[in-house]
Design a protein around this ligand. Structure first.
Ligand code: 6CS
Ligand code: FE
Length: 299
């Protein structure tokens, strides 16, 4: 099999009528080498094996303040009310996410080009990269709701037309992540296994899926099998820590009934050799504020 997607062949059939076998992925998670950037050989090896890397103190306290101020500004921005880029909580109407945030915040646009970010994204993906999706997430205390288990790549493949899992996400924590305030759970190593989902993609699925994902999630049997194979880890870390994770890793989060809110900046880099086509399992592509079709390399 070719490592780059040069044909329109669908290597990851999903949103199927019937359950089907899991697919063992042939593509690596790490496409570059130690000489290409800041990650050491050891870090790259662990990233390949586990599908994620945590870097403590990735940003300084001044940077935490800068981006937190941007989050506060965006959440309070009256001109964004009713804007498609703003996603609110079903139950409370509180701001849950703001998408395409690099177009709304100069500091976040600059962050994506900061060498400590961009050089690592390029190193993992072994090519020039562009921004597939960006957002800031707000999980309030007491009433924050999580996301059921999913692979991001499953959605990006089915609904956005991303050919193969050659994308990496960076989540930078702006608040402390404890085991108990709705933090992300991941299954280490699960990025190697693609779980086809059952059920057609509803029209305009994105209007609901960014509040609570229903289409494209794995069956309970599949989650049970993956947990048996890989176990479950939780991302904890102080504000300023970074989580780099593979596009296909199985992850999810619970709700947050603690008083401690959780917020992060979330940047998804895709390889310029893996640009989007037509969706593999949806009638029409999602809007570009959720899945960019501007494939200009970051530089
Ligand atoms: O839709 C997206 O692009 C992202 N959001 C959800 C809830 N699932 C897939 C992916 O993580
Ligand atoms: Fe996700």
């Amino acid at each position: 099999m070719s490592m780059t997607a040069t044909t329109a062949e669908d290597l990851f059939p999903t949103r199927l009528a019937e359950p089907s076998d899991m697919i063992e992925r042939e593509q690596p998670a790490v496409w570059g080498s130690p000489a290409d950037g800041p990650f050491s050989a050891d870090e790259l090896g662990k990233h390949e094996e586990r599908g994620f890397t945590i870097l403590d103190d990735f940003i300084s306290s001044d940077e935490i303040q800068l981006y937190s101020d941007e989050l506060d500004r965006l959440a309070a921005d009256e001109s964004l009310k009713g804007d498609a880029r703003l996603i609110t909580e079903r139950a409370t109407g509180a701001v849950r996410s703001v998408f395409q945030v690099e177009s709304l915040s100069a500091p976040i646009a600059a962050l994506a080009r900061n060498p400590k970010v961009l050089d690592r994204a390029r190193q993992i993906l072994g090519s020039e990269v562009y921004l597939h999706q960006t957002r800031v997430n707000y999980m309030p205390g007491f009433k924050g709701t999580g996301f059921y288990w999913h692979s991001d790549f499953e959605t990006w493949h089915a609904e956005d037309g991303m050919p193969i899992p050659r994308a990496v996400s960076l989540s930078i924590a702006l608040t402390d992540n404890y085991p108990y305030n709705g933090g992300l759970m991941v299954m280490p190593g699960s990025h190697k296994t693609f779980v086809p989902s059952v059920g057609e993609t509803p029209d305009d699925n994105y209007k609901e899926s960014l509040k609570a994902q229903e289409a494209g999630v794995p069956s309970q049997e599949a989650v049970t099998e993956l947990a048996r194979r890989y176990g479950i880890d939780q991302f904890t870390g102080a504000a300023g820590s970074a989580l780099w994770f593979d596009s296909n890793i199985m992850h999810g989060s619970g709700s947050n009934i603690t008083p401690y809110p959780r917020s992060n900046v979330f940047l998804v880099f895709n390889s310029v050799e893996n640009t989007l086509r037509e969706p593999y399992a949806a009638k029409s592509p999602r809007p570009t504020h959720i899945a960019s079709r501007d494939f200009t390399p970051l530089g």
